[in-house]
Design a protein around this ligand. Structure first.
Ligand SMILES: [Zn+2]
Length: 174
């Protein structure tokens, strides 16, 4: 990684991993998207439960996601790999496509967990493709992305934090 990129990364907005800052950030999320600590906890728990369904025989990297609709329904997802690799689907998109396919297309938040063999040693940020899918269906200013290592240990972002200057359906009409 070049020094230039490392410098840019340091300047990206991140939520600090302390109870105080998470609480402050959740307050902002509460205003924006009706998300609070209890909802974060429940979503993370659902994401962790989805890890057991992960189909990751090639990478062994298991991912679970739990997507909250504005009507307070939770759709879970896991990653689904394929022997030819390309058809692989991420946990986040699995959750989104399950929801869309059942008529739900308004979302408040997603919790994401993942790690080698399902061990949650670190945070598991969504890949670029999944961020783009989020841009299709979510307001980047309001949609909340929760990255967790446990129901108690998590970071909270808005979609805009992790996808600055992203392309959305609005750009097609600009
Ligand atoms: Zn992805």
């Amino acid at each position: 990684m070049s020094e230039e990129i490392m410098k840019q990364n340091k300047e990206l907005p991140v939520c600090k991993e302390t109870t105080e800052v998470v609480a402050v950030n959740n307050k902002q999320c509460l205003d924006n998207a009706l998300i609070n600590d209890t909802i974060c906890h429940n979503l993370i728990t659902a994401a962790i439960q989805s890890l057991k369904f992960s189909y990751a025989p090639y990478s062994k990297f298991k991912v679970g996601a739990a997507l909250l609709t504005k009507s307070n329904k939770i759709y879970t997802g896991c990653n689904v790999e394929n022997a030819t690799y390309t058809p692989t689907n991420c946990a986040e998109r699995t959750a989104f496509f399950k929801a869309i396919s059942e008529g739900d297309n308004e979302f408040s938040a997603i919790a994401i967990v993942g790690g080698k063999e399902g061990r949650l040693k670190d945070y598991c940020p969504p890949c670029g493709v999944c961020r783009q899918v989020m841009m299709e269906f979510c307001d980047p200013e309001k949609f909340v992305v929760i990255l967790a290592k446990s129901p108690e240990e998590y970071w909270v972002y808005t979609l805009k934090d992790i996808m600055p200057f992203g392309f959305s359906p609005k750009n097609l009409n600009a």
